[in-house]
Design a protein around this ligand. Structure first.
Ligand code: ATP
Ligand code: MG
Length: 269
């Protein structure tokens, strides 16, 4: 079964998030049931990363987006836990600095995309410029309206230059967000993460969902597909993201480069 296909937004398909179950768990009954499948994927990702690095033909860009408390950090912590830090890194995109605002919105993004052989993980991304920016009118509509095409053109350039792009929308329900925010307030190890803004942003839930629907609908392309991941169950989210990554990397049919020397002639003194 190609699970990637199941989660992928088909180019041109209009996304309605309300029609997609946030709590879906596929063939798995519970967390224990999915444990082995996740471990196997994490191990496989490490092998595939090694091939990617050895071959240096492709770069892998993973984009994580979702509402507050949708699990972007948790996905990175769990799904990427088996990767070698040597050729893998995470970039988080916060509110732009004055320097970043002095440039076009893709400037800060383009300079940190992964090179061939590397895996780059974006915790939030250039999509914030058609999400939070649109919801809060941080720039006029005529400016953000053009950005969908600009994003598509940008991603097309990356893809044409051997970057494999996987964009994950972590789809959580409003109720689940409430539970997680409450949980964060209780737990001293999580409380520091809470910003008062997280609670006020909740009021804009519908506007965010609409902005997401438009980004997913307009910017899921063959070169840079969006995947909608049911994310109310953290364990399913972790498995689903890892599964799409494994299927995609395996599909590249990578091979270790053959050395240019003749092994038989080498004598190790
Ligand atoms: P955490 O899980 O730690 O809360 P986070 O990604 O929410 O992680 P924060 O520092 O809480 O990190 O939030 C970053 C904020 O920056 C988000 O509210 C996001 O919408 C905002 N942001 C990101 N990019 C832009 C942008 N281009 N313009 C305006 N705001 C942005
Ligand atoms: Mg936050």
């Amino acid at each position: 079964m190609q699970w990637s296909k199941h989660f992928r937004v088909k180019p041109g398909q209009a996304v309605r998030l309300a029609d997609r179950d946030t709590a879906w768990t596929g063939d798995f009954k519970n967390k224990d049931d999915a444990r082995d499948a996740l471990s196997a994927n994490i191990a496989r990702m490490a092998e595939l990363q090694n091939l990617l690095y050895a071959q240096r033909k492709h770069a892998l860009l993973i984009v994580l987006q979702g509402m507050d408390a949708s699990g972007k950090d948790g996905t990175i912590r769990h799904v990427m836990s088996g990767l070698n830090p040597q050729s893998c890194y995470v970039r988080s995109f916060k509110e732009p600095t004055p320097e970043e605002l002095g440039h076009d919105f893709l400037w800060r993004v383009h300079r940190v995309v992964p090179g061939r052989g590397e895996i780059g993980i974006f915790n939030r991304s250039h999509y914030e410029d058609v999400l939070v920016v649109r919801v809060h009118d941080l720039v006029p509509r005529r400016i953000w309206e053009q950005r969908y095409d600009q994003i598509k053109a940008f991603e097309k350039i990356l893809a044409a230059n051997d970057t494999v792009i996987l964009k994950f929308y972590l789809h959580t329900s409003r109720g689940e967000q409430r539970a997680r925010l409450q949980e964060r307030l209780k737990d001293p190890a999580k409380r520091w993460k809470v910003a008062p803004g997280d609670f006020t942003e909740r009021k804009f839930w519908t506007a965010y969902q609409q902005a997401y629907e438009e980004a997913l609908t307009r910017c899921s392309t063959p070169a840079a597909p969006w995947f909608v991941i049911p994310a109310d169950h953290k364990w399913f989210r972790n498995w689903a993201v890892s599964q799409v990554i494994v299927e995609t990397l395996a599909g590249l049919k990578m091979k270790y480069p053959t050395p240019k020397f003749n092994r038989a002639k080498i004598h190790i003194p």
